[in-house]
Every structure is written in C-alpha cells, then in structure tokens.
Design a protein around this ligand. Structure first.
Ligand SMILES: Nc1nc2c(ncn2[C@@H]2O[C@H](COP(=O)(O)OP(=O)(O)O)[C@@H](O)[C@H]2O)c(=O)[nH]1
Ligand SMILES: [Mg+2]
Ligand SMILES: [Zn+2]
Length: 334
C-alpha cells in the first residue's frame, strides 16, 4: 500500500469534488443534502479529544486525518476500527461509528475510572533478556493477562548476542522450554545484530501487537528496529516526534516493516495484572484447565486440601512445580 504524503493540491481536489457533489445534490433537493461518503479508518492515536485516523480504503488509503468523534460513541482508542467522514477543513474528519472490537486493553485512570487504552490487539510480546535476568513469576503474570484478554502471547528472548555463561545458557533454555512445552511460541532475537528479526516480523505480520517486559530488557531497541517510517499529513506528528512529545500517556499505533502493527506507550509497557480475579488467574494457567472443577471441595484453594486435583496432577508430573509455585505466589499477592 502506498503511504505517500497527501499534498495540498490533492486535498483541494478532494474538497472540490465534495463541493461539486454537494452542489449537485442540493439542486436535486435542497432540503436533503447528499449523504457524505463514509470510509473505514484505523485509529492511530488519541490526544485528548483529538484522534489521528488512517484511511483504510479507496484512493486515500494510508492517509491520516485529524478527527473528532461523534459524542454518542464510546471513547475511541488506538487500534479501533471506525467509520469516518471527511470534514469541511481538508485533512480533517469525523468518526461516526465504532466497529466491533476483537479485544480491549483497559487501565484504571487517576480518577479511579477504568479507561480503554488500546483495542484490537492480537499478540502480547513478552520480552525477556539474559540481562536483566528474567523473573518467571512476571512471565506467568503476563501470560495470565494474555489468556484473560484473549491475546496470543509470544515469548521473546532478546539480546541473544550477549555472551552467556553455560549456567545462564542452560537456565534460559530451560525457561523457554517450560513455555514451549505448554504450547506457547518463543523466539530468540537480537536488536543489535538483527538475528531472528525476520522470524519475528513474520510472527507479527497480519497482527497487532503490544510489547511488555521489565525495564532494560530491550523493548525500545526492538521497537526501533521493527518500525516502518510512515509519512503523515502536514501537522501530524512523525513517529520520532511523537515519541518525544507524548512520552507519558498516549498510546500510538505504528506500522511495522513486514506488515504487522504495533501499539506502544509507556503505560502499555508497564501494564500488569491490575484487577484480576482469582478464577481468572486459575484459568490463565492453561495446563491447569483439564483439572478445574475436579477437586473434592468446590472452594479448594489448591494448597493443603485433601483430594485436590491440581496437586495430584502436580504429584504425577502433569503440572510443572515451577508453574504451581508461581500460581500460589500470584494468588497470595491478589
Ligand atoms: N547487546 C545488546 N544490547 C541490547 C540489545 N537490545 C537492547 N540492548 C541494550 O539494553 C539496554 C536497554 O535497552 P532498551 O531498549 O532501552 O530497553 P527497554 O527499557 O526495555 O526499552 C540499552 O543499553 C540497549 O543498548 C541487544 O539486542 N543486544
Ligand atoms: Mg525503553
Ligand atoms: Zn484443588
């Protein structure tokens, strides 16, 4: 898809066409102006009430319009698919409808209200590195969040170029094996050498991803290596400018080289389990699912109770002790 810059002449021509349509329509019946053409759009970002929306169809596909949304709609966020119309000023539009969401990421706001942050995310990329060393419990928390929100997780070990002691190498391999055995995807990459990045791009193509992980693991380096330079309309922020100006709150959607999309903000990178229920934690451990409901006591906490189906599975080796310990740790922290 071409993402060429929309110049003033083109904008003027579009406006002229719209004016012609409107003029024709009003000669037919001045009481009923022709309904304005609607277009599908993808919301890149929201700053206050203002939205940057990328047109998804027609001659102008790939162009970004500054939009407001109709006030009867739920708050539209980064990643939302919408229907929009051009507004009178060239380069601007109005979001008139919100299309159904595949997924929704929300966070508690300062006011205590739960607010939408980003929509239609498919993939949760959990970034780990040899340095700082990964915490298995944090990985498990992210996996529970992914299962709860119905996102596909991808465990990404970056900085694979760093020299590792044999012990480090063995423990990282054991960690990745724990998760691939459970059916999760895992990849080793390096932003520094580019190793594995093609495989990563292939995994992210056709999907919208968010990147999470401890500070210092290499998320920014990865994101920079994957980002596509996008042309924007005059006045809209480039990816680089945007990073500098909106470092605290706004989530923004970027296109990746290789066809995927990424939604990023510091708030998303730090997102955690938040307000999650004990039952969701239990269901978030995918390998526990065959035994849920099979304990003797309905309110079994899978600790010291008799006839606990989960502890029996653990004793048989059907559940890994590292995951059981992690589960107990998460429950105790709720
Ligand atoms: N050797 C190596 N260092 C990396 C790699 N990726 C990031 N780093 C370094 O790790 C540090 C933290 O990276 P950064 O991307 O800022 O991490 P973030 O906090 O997760 O965004 C920086 O000093 C980077 O230069 C990598 O693939 N290889
Ligand atoms: Mg960073
Ligand atoms: Zn039990």
């Amino acid at each position: 898809m071409s993402r060429k810059q929309l110049n003033k002449r083109q904008l003027a021509r579009i406006q002229q066409q719209q004016d012609n349509h409107a003029a024709k329509a009003s000669t037919i019946n001045p009481a009923f102006p022709l309904p304005q053409a609607t277009l599908r759009g993808l919301v890149l970002s929201r700053f206050g009430k203002q939205l940057d929306v990328e047109i998804q169809e027609g001659e102008l596909a790939g162009q970004v319009l500054r939009c407001f949304q109709r006030s009867n709609l739920d708050a539209v966020v980064s990643g939302d698919e919408v229907v929009l119309q051009h507004d009178a000023t060239p380069g601007t539009g109005v979001v008139v409808a919100l299309l159904p969401r595949r997924s929704l990421l929300q966070r508690p706001h300062k006011s205590g209200e739960i607010k939408a942050v980003a929509a239609n995310i498919d993939t949760l990329v959990i970034v780990i590195a040899p340095e700082p060393a990964p915490h298995q419990n944090l990985i498990d928390r992210y996996l529970v969040a992914a299962e709860t929100l119905r996102l596909r997780p991808l465990l990404l070990l970056t900085k694979s170029d760093l020299p590792q002691t044999p012990e480090q190498h063995d423990s990282l391999t054991a960690l990745l094996t724990l998760y691939t055995t459970l059916g999760y995807r895992a990849l080793r990459v390096s932003s520094k050498t580019g190793a594995g990045l093609d495989l990563l791009r292939a995994q992210l193509a056709e999907a919208t991803a968010i990147f999470v992980g401890q500070s210092g693991v290499g998320k920014s380096a990865l994101i920079n290596a994957l980002l596509l330079e996008v042309a924007t309309v005059e006045g809209a922020l480039s990816a680089a400018e945007d990073k500098g100006r909106h470092t605290t709150t706004a989530a923004r959607l970027f296109h990746l080289r290789g066809g995927g999309r990424l939604i990023d903000s510091p708030g998303i990178r730090e997102f955690g389990l938040g307000h999650i229920a004990a039952q969701q934690v239990l269901e978030g451990f995918v390998e526990f699912r065959p035994w849920l409901g099979a304990c003797r006591f309905r309110d079994c906490r899978h600790g010291a109770e008799d006839d606990c189906a989960l502890r029996e599975a653990l004793a048989r080796g059907d559940i890994d002790p590292r995951r059981m310990q992690s589960y107990q740790q998460i429950c105790n922290s709720l």
